[in-house]
Ligand binder design. Structure first.
Ligand code: GLY
Length: 376
């Protein structure tokens, strides 16, 4: 008979930033929480991310999704301060802002359009002339035409962040089962209803009355999970030593981005590839990332490469996150599909999911993010 483990109120499948932040928040609200992680904590998309907290730089238009991203960005200062107070770790939250450069006429049109709709929505956005931009960032391409500055689009060191959230979750009593593969959901019948009973992982039965699926790209691979159609979208990245003078802002073009770290690294990203679960670098992918970085900063060519890596972004069919209770299995909650915004959306997702778990009303309307929208 399978070994039974049944001392938790909540099982969180997935030990990335989303799963750990939910576990930490739920534990602070009095739940006994176990996180089941197939690999190491934070080893997937959390490790691979760039750490941009950039709702405006990445937005296509005004929407409930953009408002949620802005709300989560607003939560960040409190989130990192609480982490510092709880576990004494600095996660390198940087507030220099984000710059979006124009390098050709098509870029001009895109930036003009973005400037108009964001200003009309009352967003904090500024125009920078070439001279102003090069004054702020002398290492950028001298042929840049102009740029947008998003003063409220910040960044965080995602690799330090996950260490801090993990430590905070441990200090709140969360138990972690790493290198443990969640194979299937366990479901029981109660009258005409399906009710979650737990999770089978590595042949063991973990019992709990609540389960959260926060398994990123692996969310659709757990047997008996109602299908949300999450697919992995590969992003390849390169880090070089930062230039002299160093780039200080996060810099986007329409084709790529640069993110400076306080440890002296400059990260360049990224590809957007449908390559299944092949999480690796290819010559073509790295070449694309470097070409786009060189366009923003020609001096990138002289900087020593210190790391290359790849990650898998979890994406739903409509590219929106999947957050909310499952419509057919009572006690099951989805918190996945954060695609390009997992680091940004972690604080808000944790609050909202903890609200659902404890019977409070979430502070945002979850309708656009409910898993039921994706189920046939
Ligand atoms: N948020 C940046 C990326 O996914 O590449």
């Amino acid at each position: 008979m399978a070994e039974r483990v049944c001392d938790s109120d909540l099982l969180v499948i997935g030990g990335g930033l989303i799963g750990c932040a939910i576990a930490w928040e739920a534990a602070q609200r009095g739940l006994r929480v176990t996180v089941i992680e197939r690999d190491e904590v934070g080893g997937g998309a959390t490790y691979a991310a760039g750490g941009m907290l950039a709702p405006l730089a990445e937005a296509d238009g005004e929407s409930p999704f953009l408002r949620s991203c802005c709300r989560s960005a607003e939560l960040y200062p409190g989130f990192v301060a609480k982490l510092r107070d709880t576990v004494g770790l600095d996660v390198e939250y940087r507030t220099e802002g984000t710059i979006f450069v124009s390098l050709n006429e098509t870029d001009d049109e895109e930036l003009e359009s973005r400037f108009r709709w964001q200003r009309d929505c009352g967003m904090n956005i500024e125009r920078l002339s070439r001279a102003n931009l090069l004054g702020l960032e002398p290492s950028l391409n001298p042929e840049v035409r102009w740029a947008l500055l998003f003063p409220n689009d910040h960044q965080v060191n995602n690799r330090r962040l996950i260490k801090a959230v993990y430590a905070a979750a441990c200090s709140a009593g969360v138990e972690f089962r790493t290198n443990t593969n969640a194979e299937r959901l366990l479901i029981r019948k109660d009258g005409g209803h399906q009710v979650i009973r737990g999770v089978q992982a590595d042949g063991k039965v973990f019992e709990a009355e609540k389960v959260v699926i926060a398994a990123g790209s692996w969310s659709s691979r757990i047997a008996e999970t109602p299908e949300t159609g999450i697919v992995p979208i590969r992003g390849q990245m390169v880090a070089v030593r930062n230039a002299v003078p160093p780039v200080r802002h996060t810099i986007y073009s329409r084709r790529g981005y640069l993110v400076p770290r306080l440890d002296g690294r400059l990260i360049a990203g990224s590809t957007t590839e449908n390559a299944g679960f092949e999480c690796l670098n290819t010559a073509g992918g790295i070449s694309t990332v470097i070409t786009n970085a060189l366009e923003i900063m020609p001096g990138f060519a002289n900087q020593p490469i210190v790391e290359t890596w790849a990650g898998l972004r979890p994406r739903a069919a409509d590219h929106l996150p999947v957050i909310g209770p499952d419509a057919s299995i009572r006690g099951l909650i989805h918190a996945t599909g954060h695609y390009r915004n997992g680091i940004l959306l972690a604080p808000l997702t944790a609050l909202v999911v903890a609200d659902l778990l404890t019977g409070s009303s979430p502070e945002i309307d979850l309708t656009p993010f409910l898993p039921s929208r994706l189920m046939i």
